[in-house]
Ligand binder design. Structure first.
Ligand code: SF4
Ligand code: SF4
Length: 364
């Protein structure tokens, strides 16, 4: 019996009812304010039917077409990261009573979230963040509880944008692990593969048939096509990792620093960046304090402020830190590469800096 199934588009509302009935809030890509971004959906109509996107260095545009597809675009503007590692959140509070005694309260804000349509690169981004927040010397309870309460429907790619480069990193635009169900959209529905017991239960609920050989072949051809659309090339990643560290004084660091605005747009849009800062926000009476955690960036001067000194004053050192961490020292720290090739840092860079071009210049 085939391990591929076919879910017609007409069953999307049933999937959403299943999530609702099981206490999940469902987030999926939606057409919002000129972009396609994850947001809550309650009906199939909420999906971005017919929309396609164009992404190039410093460029993002979406267009409505006559296409019958809901997932005809590539990657949404942001990844799944903000659902697991929030841009800003309170992690604990402390109150002092009249006797001076302190009462601490840990704040863990968790929802059951089903994400419908996670691209393979973003799935790999989650896997990398799992290593950072869970499988490291430290286990972040907020992140871990959100992961436990997450249902992931992956969406294999049928197209790639100009900035995509997962293939150059040795990956492929097909989900290989880390999902409950993986779908590939073909004409009137999805070819589905099961990734977990949760995914199997959903398929049983939907009462769908096995996919035909022609449907499976169509789906696999679309994924191959998406891979072939990618044109960016890099040396093998191990070579990149070694050459970057051997070229820390390459003149290209000065050149890129002369263009980089240190705006942090690349780190904000990246599915794997995890730098953050923590702050204490006391009330005026000094009887209560909230301790917050919020995203930071290696492009911010404050992020390298340690013990009275900022040690990455020059943008050259900030860019070099970002790139060498992502594409080299990340492996020493987390036993994996730090980039999944989604291309967002290139799309959202206001001065069109392309990380692949920079690596190729330095690694020549
Ligand atoms: S470094 Fe750029 S291409 Fe790589 S994962 Fe981050 S945003 Fe995507
Ligand atoms: S590389 Fe681009 S997006 Fe990143 S900090 Fe520099 S100017 Fe901003």
């Amino acid at each position: 019996m085939s391990h591929y199934y076919f879910i017609p588009h007409t069953k999307i509302d049933q999937i959403l009812s299943y999530f609702k009935g099981n206490g999940y809030k469902c987030l999926a890509p939606r057409h919002l304010e000129g972009g396609i971004s994850y947001a809550p959906i309650s009906k199939a109509e909420d999906l971005p039917w017919g929309y396609v996107d164009e992404q190039k260095p410093g460029h993002y545009q979406i267009t409505k077409t006559e296409s019958p597809q809901a997932f005809g675009f590539t990657v949404p503007t942001a990844s799944v990261k903000p659902m697991l590692f929030k841009a800003k959140e309170t992690v604990w509070k402390v109150k002092r009573d009249d006797s001076g005694k302190l009462a601490f309260e840990s704040v863990v804000d968790v929802e059951k979230i089903a994400v419908f349509g996670v691209r393979p690169c973003d799935l790999r981004g989650i896997e990398i963040q799992d290593r950072v927040f869970q499988h490291n010397s430290y286990n972040d309870i907020r992140y871990s509880k959100r992961r436990e309460n997450q249902f992931i429907i992956a969406m294999n790619c049928g197209t790639s944008h100009f900035n995509c480069f997962c293939v150059a990193l040795g990956d492929y635009p097909r989900a290989d692990k880390g999902y409950d169900l993986a779908l590939t959209e073909i004409n009137a529905g999805f070819v589905a593969e099961i990734g977990s017991d949760k995914g199997r239960e959903l398929l049983l609920y939907l009462e769908v048939d096995a996919a035909t050989g022609a449907e499976v072949e169509h789906a696999l051809n679309l994924i191959d096509n998406a891979a072939q659309m990618q044109h960016k090339q890099l040396p093998p990643i191990k070579e990149v990792e070694a050459k970057l560290m051997a070229n820390l004084e390459h003149e290209a660091w000065d050149d890129v620093a002369s263009r980089c605005l240190s705006c942090g747009s690349c780190t904000n849009s990246c599915p794997t960046c995890f730098c953050h800062t923590e702050r204490d926000i006391p009330n005026v009476l000094g009887t209560e304090t909230e301790h917050t955690r919020e995203w930071d960036s290696c492009f911010s001067i404050d992020h390298s402020y340690t013990h009275g000194e900022t040690y990455r004053e020059n943008p050259k050192y900030r860019y070099r830190q970002w790139l060498t961490h992502k594409f080299s020292t990340w492996r020493d720290q987390f036993r994996t590469k730090g980039c999944v090739g989604c291309g967002r840092c290139v799309t959202w860079c206001p001065v069109k800096i392309d990380v692949v071009d920079e690596i190729n210049t330095i690694c020549k």
